[in-house]
Design a protein around this ligand. Sequence first.
Ligand code: SF4
Length: 270
Amino acid sequence: MSRLEQDVRRELRKAVADLLRWAQIEREGTAFVECDPGLLRSLMAPPAAPSAPPASAAPPSVPPSTALAAIAARIATCTRCPLHRTRNRTVPGQGHPSPELLFVGEGPGEEEDRQGLAFVGPAGQLLTRLIRRMGLSRDEVFIANIVKCRPTENNAGRRDRPPTEQEMAACIPYLEEQIAVLRPRVIVCLGGTALFGLLGLKSITKHRGRWHEYRGIPIMPTFHPSYLLRAGGDEKARYWEVWEDMAEVLRRLGRPVPDVGPRRPPAAGR
Ligand code: SF4
């Protein structure tokens, strides 16, 4: 074999070997790469312990009941308006931490101020009967007020009065925080003060029974239970107007509307 033939054969063997190696890489993937040894060591080092999150990181989400308790704790020490001077207890509101339905009234009365609970006086008892008639319990809804301390005439701590606009403006951020946590599907606005506090509207007579919206949440204004008591109580005409409003709320929630039959008051003790 001539020298030339030997050189050609050697080149051919080398070309075939390169072809076979390329085919193997295509079939099996890259087996190795050239790499800086320092970089390789750093890549192979075990991961460092996780560092503290940056200060700008979002806080971990807390359960709604915990968030509500934190709001209530701040309310308990609040001195933003003069009502703190004559209160016995703050009344943040109570009920289910993630309710479908939120009731918002005006402010605590004498009994609420004594117990620290919303709607536990005579008007609250009427509201309880109404809620039960809707097929719900107080534990399934949340009940709160526009102001969290009892407003009284001349701030003397005796006769109830509606809160002033300044008192409402001072207190309503708490309710706004509560609503952001509760995320109810529907809000029922009880009476003209709550209507003005939440929506800036006057005349509950004009707006009751008509849907409005509060920050994307449907809101149904209706009469305050105290007004129903003054208008004769459960079985009177105003009561049934409120019942029609609550029937509309139940339909909005996709819940059945109980057949109340002849328009009679709920049985005693219910
Ligand atoms: S009514 Fe509201 S703003 Fe005024 S002191 Fe009570 S919690 Fe604070």
